[in-house]
Ligand binder design. Structure first.
Ligand SMILES: [Zn+2]
Length: 427
């Protein structure tokens, strides 16, 4: 093969997946998520480490010999962030069929879902709950470049009370089985925080109230006490970790906020007092308001227990109404979907729900970018296209500010300067 032809083939094969670093992207439109404004004809330049070194109008931003990836027909946004995923779980791991899935198999499932999630435009996730540290292995495998996936913050096993939402309640007594994260009482709970951090947790996840997909409890019922949550929050913060609390119940939400928990997951039955407390303390609320549709339509087929479907029927609509009330009251909100309860890769379907229930498209996008980055403590590196941030860039064909659904079909994904999806065929 002539040398020039060989070079051509090498390039043609390598370009879609190879690191483009150092490099640049030229965007026909760029959504500045911080101010909610669309800028025309912008250039984003990044260094060999995949960090952004310059952003500005294409006419006045220096390129020094780099040919930019041409996204001049598209709208660019920062890579999206989902702060509530379960990458190592699929919908069919709920109910009794989940008992037959081994830990190594869950890890493999995680590798599949990490790729789906990244290719859907979510370049960062906070994974809140996985058994036996499969999420730690997944994060480390992605960071090492062994598999494709988003940047991950992981919790390891979620902490909870005996028989609670974060325990495994499907097996009878003679199996003597309890989930990895079960810890009762303030000191055992502190010890469990230390243990999960020892084995690699970036964030602590707890179950403050009952849940939908657990057997034998109710979403509104408190589980961890205020004293237990106060101990967990203090221990985690001392060790430099934030705490996310699963809490559907009215009282549990308030107890968790007052105990110093950083984010309330689900938040379904929050009342006015809870909303006022969240606002006063600056606590983030994470409302997973898309998956209700999936649970009611597909849950039974996916193996969810009949009692779970009944519980969802009772709280699904209330959760959406309370999302609207909390948003109108001005509480901080981050985008989290509970992916794993519904199929991974459909994360962006929640944007339309958020708009349907009171947000403007820009608010919903901010919840999945700058707000989510703030909650996870990564504001300096993800959630915005700015100097010093990772070149995590996605592109869509339409205008997400007039139709947020275009985010459901992301055409281009770049993570840290490397193209991972290129449906536009750009170079
Ligand atoms: Zn969850």
């Amino acid at each position: 093969m002539p040398k020039s032809l060989f070079a051509f083939f090498t390039l043609a094969v390598l370009v879609p997946f190879a690191s483009a670093a150092p490099g640049a992207v030229r965007c026909g439109k760029l959504l500045d998520v911080r101010v909610g404004r669309v800028l025309a004809d912008q250039l984003i330049v990044f260094d060999p480490n995949g960090a952004i070194t310059a952003v500005g109008p294409a006419s006045s931003t220096a390129l020094s010999g780099i040919t930019p990836v041409d996204l001049s027909a598209a709208t660019c946004l920062p890579g999206l962030i989902d702060v509530h995923t379960h990458l190592t779980g699929d919908p069919n791991s709920s109910g009794y069929q989940g008992l037959g899935i081994s830990v190594p198999r869950e890890a493999i499932t995680g590798a599949k879902n990490a790729r789906l999630t990244l290719r859907a435009g979510f370049t960062t996730v906070r994974n809140v709950g996985a058994s036996s540290y499969t999420d730690v292995a997944l994060r480390d495998g992605i960071n090492a470049g062994d598999i494709e996936g988003p940047r991950m913050l992981v919790s390891g096993p979620p902490l909870g009370i005996t028989g609670g939402h974060c325990d495994e309640n499907l097996l009878p007594f003679e199996f003597h089985f309890k989930a990895d994260g079960v810890a009762d009482g303030p000191w055992p709970a502190r010890a469990k925080v230390r243990e999960t951090i020892k084995y690699g947790a970036d964030v602590i996840k707890i179950c403050a109230s009952g849940g939908v997909l657990s057997k034998g409890d109710q979403p509104g019922t408190p589980q961890y006490t205020f004293e237990e949550m106060e101990a967990i929050a203090e221990e985690a913060h001392k060790l430099g970790r934030k705490v996310a609390a699963h809490a559907h119940g009215t009282q549990s939400i308030k107890d968790a906020i007052q105990a110093g928990i950083d984010s309330i997951e689900h938040s379904s039955l929050i009342d006015d007092e809870g909303i006022a407390l969240a606002k006063k303390r600056g606590t983030y609320l994470v409302f997973d308001i898309y998956n209700d549709d999936f649970i009611l339509q597909e849950g039974a087929k996916a193996g969810m227990l009949p009692e779970s479907i009944e519980k969802e029927k009772k709280i699904g609509r209330l959760q959406r109404e309370n999302f609207r009330r909390a948003w109108e009251a001005g509480v901080k909100m981050a985008f989290g979907t509970d992916a794993g309860v519904y199929p991974h890769g459909d994360n962006a379907r929640q944007f339309a729900k958020m708009v349907e229930w009171g947000m403007k498209p820009v608010d919903a996008v901010q919840a999945a970018t700058i707000k989510a980055a703030d909650l996870i403590g990564w504001s300096e590196k993800v959630g915005a296209i700015e100097t010093g941030h990772f070149a995590d860039i996605i592109a869509v064909a339409g205008d997400p500010m007039s139709d947020v659904r275009v985010l459901e079909s992301v055409k281009f994904v770049m993570k840290g300067g490397t193209i991972v999806r290129n449906d536009l065929g750009v170079r």
